[in-house]
Design a protein around this ligand. Sequence first.
Ligand code: ADP
Length: 696
Amino acid sequence: MTGDDIATILIVDDRDENVLALEVMLSLPGVEIVTARSGREALRLILKQEFAVILLDVLMPTMDGFETARLIRMREASKRIPIIFLTAGPELDLVSEAYAAGAVDFLVKPLNPEIVKAKVAVFVELYRMTRQIRRQEEALRLAERQRGEAALKESDALYEASFNAAPVGIAHTSFEGRWLRVNPRFCQILGYSPEACLQLGFRDVTHPEDLAEEIAGFAELIAGKIGTYHREKRYLHKLGHTVWLDLTGSLVYDHAGKAKHFIAVIEDVTDRRRTDERQRLLAGTGQILLRSLDHRVTIEDVARLVTASLCDWCIIATVDRTAESGYHLAVAHADHRMGTPVLELGRRLLDSPAFCRSLGSDCAEMLTDLGTRAADAWHLDDGTAGLLQKLGCGSTLVVPLAFREEVLGQIMLVSGHSGRRLGAIELATAQELAQRIAMGVEHGRLYHEAQEAIRVRDEFLSIASHELRTPLTPLQIHFQRLLGPRRNEAQVTPELQRILERCERQVHRLQALIDNLLDVSRISSGRLRLQTETVDLAEIVREVSGRFAEELAAAECQLVLASLTSVVGQWDRLRLEQVVTNVLGNAIKYGGGKPIEITVDETREGGRLRIADHGIGIDSADLDRIFQRFQRAVSSRSYGGMGLGLYITRQIIDAHCGSIQVESNLGAGSVFVVQLPRQTPALARMDSGPHRAASA
Ligand code: ADP
């Protein structure tokens, strides 16, 4: 039996013999007896120790058993101890009073030892069982508590380990915004030590432009409007640069459901943002440069885009032979009010021979302070140096615009007063950017060279055709004199006449060829104008067809003027004659001697001319091309020609606001259809003059 199983019985009786008798009766194993001679003494003892049962004599001097029992019941510690009254006789009054005082049983004197033992044993056993149950309960509670504590410890350790090793930054933040606890990654992202972090809060490091939204987000969390707050925002690193973060904020509650603090989880997304920005910048630059082949038109927009995403201000100098300095300047500043000072600085730099020499360098450079470079290498005057200081000349990237070994300029990106750092990543971006700009500059240059070459060619064409035409006019006059009505005066024999006529035809051909060249140069310079009058299309066809009589006969080709409906419109007679001449001439040239049909009919809008042959035809792949300058679909060895007839034809028809279409099958022949509206718009009717004289 353990000490815990000992049950103590309190015997309260003023008479020693009664006490002794009871002690003898109750000397049971596992039972300890404590005695008291009065109610008061009993109460004192009860205060000190625990009892399994109290045997209380009813009749005692000063404080009787009932009084004592009532006082025992009043005390919290003793109110549940079973009380057995010892009475002289079982009077009914006494019994009811005893129960009222809290008795659980009675023993009537003289006491029967067996009854006493049996009754007390019941309470002793009850006491022991109660103790045992209580002990078991306690053991259970303890085990539970220990398990709970172990689980708590384990989860604390797990949180601690996750908190410390997390690849994301975590901060516990007070409602005032101060950091209460931060993990190592959080400190690393911001560059502060853990101790320094605990002296700060999110307000101290949030980018000024993001602060209002951040505060509003936290307020919404507190107000319970949102469960979590999530956005990309900027913090300022201890070294001053901006760090882009993906932030998720939420509230942490205690076991009673009361909000304790915020928890913020941050991920450094600066690199991703940079990559995105770089892609956007490069794609944007490409798009801007595509807008025009002349990079001088677009480069300013490129400078603005670069400044918006990479630096505070920049200068792009590109070679420009038309500029006095040899360079075109494009500048931009993040603060648009500073655009003019940057331009002024650019101009002053171009005045410095040392700076211009440096523009030819093919080395990219990363400078920590542009001011030092300017002072050492460019020998700037005080005014220019001052301007540089005003704009801010922190870390700088100087990147050549190189294309195929050739340096076409330079881009200078400068971090001014913002303190943003231009490092290796920005240099790589700037180099890629420089490549694109250089390619744009080179394309522009090639385009200009091509334009220039075309201009020179057209000028040559114009001069050459004029020069070639000049001796032809007197030559024709001579032929007219020799073959005219007064030919007898020149004593032209029939033999000589035939030779002269052949020569005259060749002069005509030569003149037509030169006229074509002249027309091309007029079209290129926009000088082809119409002189409209009331003209009948059918009449023009008849007229031109007549001129081809000899040629048709020589080609043994039949011309069928099947249906020539008279259609009158406001057209340029000579130009329409030229159209019919070109298309009919081609039909004879490429018609293989087979019949040619011409029809003219009236449409709702005006007139339609259709010239069909059954000759060599045209490959469908060439149908569009043949209307362009110098384009031919036959070899020059088989067929002579310059590839200008259809080009001029289309220009004339376009000027009349009409259309020309061709349908053709190789080997089966071609059909050219010209449609003309009755009226030609006023602008196209304007006469430019010079070509009249030439083609008259
Ligand atoms: P050219 O006849 O001097 O070459 P054109 O501009 O009149 O120049 O015609 C361009 C090209 O179109 C010709 O070289 C020829 O290949 C093709 N072409 C024009 N008319 C016909 C036709 N009736 N049949 C076949 N090919 C034709």
